[in-house]
Design a protein around this ligand. Structure first.
Ligand code: GDP
Ligand code: MG
Length: 325
């Protein structure tokens, strides 16, 4: 231990993670911090992530030490690209997940549905932002299509360029609220945040995103505090999310279909040729869109293919909960 007597634990928030070095904001100040040694005996998933509230032992002359991760209100996760059977925890304590998609060739109904599932599974509220509405002459159609993904889902079509729809999106920007941004490069995330902030807080433009110096990938600052008191998390790693272990999210997204399935005559009904199929009957009555059933089926199959990993993941998560919380 350090000889300096810094005996008080203070709660701060993790603003950046770079391997074993963390930037924690404590009392309005960003300080470097490392992990208490015992973290290294825990499963890797126990490490703090961006957005976490942590207890730190503040050291005025050197690195402070993170002692504990506080209980998470929400966590966005994806399958680890490098290790099988492991979930990578990406962002903690986001209140809303803004799923940002441009109304041009970037638009993908399936991708939006996946992101919605990930957000719901992680206990954050999904908000779909369809950007560049000035580039699209069929905005209403897309809005209703996305609204059909899940009951009560929030969808906003905006043009940051022309100031369209910004007022309703502004409603989310309250003090103390954390918003996580997900969306392809060039979707208009930074432009939207700058419009909300009324100043340039994030770099914009496709050129920078794809420049050969790769500047954007070396920028580790991941939380931006706006003057209005809202915190923005723009994590490059969240742009591509895999599908494993999001069954819970799929279940909330397709609660209506699951309810119908319960009414099918056969418990293993595939909704194809079986008699007494409540799902098919709902399609015939025009109460359920065929595309929605197809999407539900394809997401479920994709997810089941990962089921071998699932037990392992559940075990890890259990172990992790025991130790950290
Ligand atoms: N036409 C139009 N272009 C936009 C709009 N919002 C952003 N853009 C442009 O899209 C490009 C990428 O925007 P940016 O905010 O950097 O995307 P990010 O990668 O998601 O952060 C920039 O050239 C923006 O000027 C919009 O509402 N309408
Ligand atoms: Mg950006």
């Amino acid at each position: 231990m350090n000889s300096i007597k810094n005996t008080e634990l203070t709660v701060g928030r993790v603003y950046e993670c770079q391997r074993n070095l963390f930037i924690v904001k404590v009392n309005g100040k960003e300080i470097p911090a490392k992990l208490k040694g015992s973290f290294y005996d825990m499963p890797e998933g126990s490490f703090p992530i961006v957005g976490d509230y942590v207890e730190v032992m503040y050291n005025t002359i050197g690195e402070s030490v993170i002692y504990r991760v506080c209980e998470r209100k929400s966590v966005l996760k994806r399958p680890d690209q490098a290790k099988t059977a492991t979930m990578q925890y990406m962002v903690a304590n986001a209140d809303y997940t803004f799923i940002v998609t441009a109304l041009n060739e970037d638009y993908s109904y399936n991708r939006i549905a996946r992101y919605v599932s990930v957000a719901l599974e992680g206990d954050t509220i999904p908000v779909v932002i369809l950007t560049k509405s000035d580039c699209c002459n069929n905005v209403g159609r897309y809005v209703s299509e996305v609204e059909g993904i899940a009951d009560g889902i929030k969808v906003h079509a905006i043009s940051a360029l022309y100031g369209i729809g910004l007022e309703e999106v502004g409603e989310y920007f309250k003090p103390g609220v954390t918003i996580c941004l997900i969306g392809s490069s060039g979707a208009g995330k930074s432009t939207l945040i700058n419009a909300m902030a009324g100043e340039e807080v994030m770099k914009t433009g496709a050129v920078r995103e794809s420049d050969s110096t790769g500047k954007h990938t070396t920028t580790h600052r991941q939380i931006i505090d706006l003057k209005c008191g809202t915190s923005i998390i723009d994590t490059p790693g969240m742009r591509e999310i895999g599908m494993a272990n999001i069954e819970e999210g799929i279940d909330s997204t397709f609660a209506d279909i699951i309810e119908l399935e319960r009414q099918c005559k056969f418990s293993d009904c595939k909704h194809k040729t079986e008699p007494g199929c409540a799902v098919k009957a709902a399609i015939e009555r025009g109460e359920l869109a065929r595309e929605r059933l197809e999407l539900y089926t394809s997401l479920s199959i994709e997810n089941k293919n990962n089921s071998g990993k699932k037990k392992e993941i559940a075990k890890l998560q259990k172990a992790r909960k025991k130790i950290v919380y």
